[in-house]
Design a protein around this ligand. Sequence first.
Ligand SMILES: Nc1ncnc2c1ncn2[C@@H]1O[C@H](COP(=O)(O)OP(=O)(O)OP(=O)(O)O)[C@@H](O)[C@H]1O
Ligand SMILES: [Mg+2]
Length: 390
Amino acid sequence: MSTPSSSSDQYPYPVSRIGIIGGGQLGRMLVKSARRLGCTCVVLDPTPGSPAGQVSGQQIVADSHDPQALRQLAEQVDVITFDIEDIDATILATLADAGHQILPSASLLAEIQDKLRQKQRLMALGIPTADFIEVDPDDAEQFERFGYPLVQKARRGGYDGRGVVVMRSAADRAQVLPVPSLIERFVPAAKELAVIVVRGQDGEVRSYEPVEMCFRSGANILDMLLAPARIPAATLAAARALAIETVTGLGGVGIFGIELFLTEAGELLVNEVAPRTHNSGHYTIEACITDQFEQHLRAITGLPLGATDQMIPAAMINLLGAPDESGPPVIRGLRAALAIPGVSLHFYGKASTRPFRKMGHVTVLDSDIESARHKAEQVRALIEIGSEVQ
Ligand SMILES: Nc1ncnc2c1ncn2[C@@H]1O[C@H](COP(=O)(O)OP(=O)(O)OP(=O)(O)O)[C@@H](O)[C@H]1O
Ligand SMILES: [Mg+2]
């Protein structure tokens, strides 16, 4: 039994056995933090030798919708968490009913993984978001009545911008996604922000400084992240307050990534909530007192939350697989990139690269944020993840 008596403050080793559904890079970084904290991890992922499985040493090779595998995972660990949202939440609810601890909860995951339900919940909580309606993707008139420009979003299964279509006019309906969807107002955003929030089992909640996400035009994938965001102090404070209000309202336990729009009019709207560690929080590993992964573990194991202070500005870029190259990865320009002071490389250990696949990321620390950004741009020009095998 790895629960301490509350009076003794004595823990066995492992402090807690953590089950992680999804063995990608988020899981991998979670496992590294877990080891440091004296926890062990079992990863569930269909790819043998997944990024997280490699470092945990224990992986159940199975899909996140496999009831038997999920039960097996539950029996081996003290608490289950996840690094993906595409999980059968009904099975998780059954496991929770049987007494297994799942954090964030199965019911919250079910609500968040359906973008329509997520928006309805945010609206019920009084959290400002872009206006939306549920639509039948075949009903052109519904789109017309709602009015362009709009954004169609698949209710389920979207990530990294797949499942999102911006329609500027009726002509763009040619790209409609033929799946259950919502449509929402296109928000002319001055900036896209993200706030990482952690909430403990006792309801204590803390946030990191808001960060600024820059997207590559055309591809909805994070291009560069700047932490903290270059916005007025009052807006930083308002974004933190809104993100905290959101996670408190949802009653979530663990780390949450809250994506926000800062509109041209200076208004803050919540775009979406991720019930897990978030790409926009990777910089916390080097730049903050407690990183988002350790923080998540502290929250889900009932340990005290860590300090969220940022010690130095940071810029982060994702390392995506080069276009037109697939196969076992090679890292070009590694030596030149690492020669720049303040550069940290994270390689995710994926056996094969594909065009635009997230293969790693780089964090650059510098006491001046503009200089960090400049160095990150240099790194981007220097490093390429390609493959010699075509
Ligand atoms: N209402 C909107 N108005 C303007 N742009 C939008 C709107 N909704 C989404 N976008 C753009 O599309 C991107 C992806 O949308 P969203 O975050 O909802 O999808 P996602 O696929 O779940 O994203 P990810 O996994 O990358 O976080 C946003 O970061 C933003 O750039
Ligand atoms: Mg998003």
